[in-house]
Design a protein around this ligand. Structure first.
Ligand code: BGP
Length: 478
């Protein structure tokens, strides 16, 4: 017994970080188009107006817009069964508010899906991956405004109808729990308050944020119902960024703090989307943050009737929680925490923990008992291209191998129902948190630097042949 025969091996990207062509084919600007490049120590700036002397890396990104045929051919060569990608909302509705969709945008994704199917690859589409049309931020302050539910549903209806039969797997919102953190515009909420100038230090109003998240829950639940009614074959999932936290010590105060961190970081959103109602502990979180959610009549019923078919999540690292304020801290995906003395970290300070993935799979499966999918995982690292064009990335192979081994234990020994695995940034792309190209995740190297210089040519890294072997052996040869 190993991975099921129909296990969905593949890779993942998002339009805003990968696609480029930001002002081509009638596309409108997205929130990501208003963020400059940064580094691990210099935050990305957010500018309402685009400035000539600043560089906005998501504009060209990895230029999938002009390279999709060769990129899909490379995915086929690796043996992908699935490709997780997102549709750029502003390519379909440039401001997000139009009645009529942009036909050129729709046609682009038709071409991509046709190319994928010809290659035997099933698309898995994230409907909203940190890329609201910027207009919705400027004029509505993003999801704070309840009207976004209808704009989003009109977008969903358009793509569900158009791609019926071509797309069967959908995710409503990427890392929906990013909205639990003061990330405003960087999360899918698209909130940009006066006074915010950079990504790491945004003007945060918790009341707005929790209300905006509620609107996304309602929108997601309605989208699930709509998607099922348009095509009963559709499988629609949620997507949560999971960081399993450990208590630093056996001190019960550390343990309870850790339990609360799980509820806050990992379960608040998933519980609503899988179980169809806010969990009991939500009351404590609202009280602690001094917020009150305004629910409209019918919202509770909508949430109840729009639960997801499967649970997908990103997993990069684990965290550590302590009541001792003096312990060393470290960075992380969405948020950092206490440094765990048992783990090594990536060059960006994210603590590498393959066993944490098995732990997570067990926690989630025991909690929800619906199929799971790991739709992001990987190592952001500096890669060096040799004079002959090759890229030797044994560190990436080690990282992925160790995580797949733990997934395997979760499936084989613990009985977890796992649908598939799509490592993040399978072809190099722009980092969401830092805007760098230098933070690379791919099996395929893209010749571009942090300032958009380069040929954008694709090169296979050593991990390319390794992953091809993994897929061909269904995870037996690691
Ligand atoms: C997740 C996002 C992705 C992706 C990834 C890696 O939070 O869903 O969009 O970027 O993290 O993060 P980064 O690009 O910051 O290394």
């Amino acid at each position: 017994m190993s991975f099921p025969a129909n296990f969905l091996w593949g890779g993942a990207t998002a339009a805003n970080q990968f696609e480029g062509g930001w002002n081509e084919g009638g596309r409108g600007a997205s929130v990501a188009d208003h963020m400059t490049n940064g580094t691990n120590t210099t935050p990305r700036q957010i500018t309402r107006e685009l400035k000539d002397d600043l560089y906005y890396p998501n504009h060209k990104a990895s230029d999938f817009y002009h390279h999709y045929k060769e990129d899909i051919a490379l995915m086929k060569e690796m043996g992908y069964k699935v490709y997780r990608m997102s549709i750029s909302w502003s390519r379909i509705f440039p401001t997000g508010t139009e009645q009529q969709p942009n036909e050129e945008g729709l046609a682009f994704y038709d071409a991509v899906f046709d190319e994928l199917h010809a290659a035997g690859i099933e698309p898995l589409v994230t409907i909203s991956h940190y890329e609201n049309p910027f207009y919705l931020t400027e004029h509505f302050n993003g999801w704070v405004d309840r009207r976004l539910i209808d704009y989003y549903l009109h977008y969903c209806e358009t793509i569900f109808n158009r791609y019926k039969g071509k797309v069967h797997y959908w995710l409503t919102f990427n890392e929906i729990n990013a909205g639990m953190y003061p990330f405003g515009i960087y999360s899918g909420l698209g909130i940009l308050n006066e006074g915010t100038t950079n990504m790491n230090d945004q003007v945060d109003i918790p009341q707005q944020r929790y209300q905006a998240l509620h609107h996304q829950f309602v929108a997601s639940a309605k989208a699930v119902q709509l998607g099922h009614s348009i095509d009963p074959e559709n499988k629609i999932g949620c997507m949560v960024a999971i960081t399993p936290n450990y208590a630093y010590s056996a001190n019960p105060e550390d343990q309870i703090k850790n339990q609360h961190s799980w509820q806050y970081c990992n379960h608040y959103c998933g519980d609503v989307q899988v179980r169809g109602a806010y969990p009991a502990f939500a009351k404590r979180i609202w009280a602690e943050n001094n917020v009150e959610i305004k629910m409209e009549p019918g919202d509770a019923e909508t949430l109840r009737n729009g639960t997801v078919d499967f649970f997908s999540f990103s997993y990069y690292m684990s965290g550590c929680v302590s009541t001792d304020e003096n312990l060393l801290r470290t960075n992380g995906n969405l948020f950092g925490g206490v440094k765990n003395p048992y783990l090594k970290a990536s060059d960006w300070g994210w603590q590498i923990d393959p066993v944490g993935l098995r732990y997570t799979l067990n926690e989630l499966y025991n909690r929800y008992q619906i199929p799971l999918m790991v739709v992001e995982n990987g190592l952001g690292a500096f890669d060096k291209q040799e004079a002959d064009g090759s890229i030797h990335d044994p560190y990436r192979i080690d990282y992925l191998r160790a995580h797949i081994q733990q997934m395997k234990k979760a499936v084989e020994e613990d009985g977890v129902d796992l649908m598939g695995y799509t490592p993040w940034g399978c072809i190099d792309l722009v980092s969401a948190s830092t805007g760098e190209m230098a933070k690379r995740y791919g099996f395929i190297y893209v010749d571009a630097d942090d300032h958009g210089n380069g040929t954008f040519k694709r090169y296979k890294k050593d991990s390319f042949a390794w992953y091809k072997k993994v897929i061909a052996s269904n995870g037996e040869e690691l």
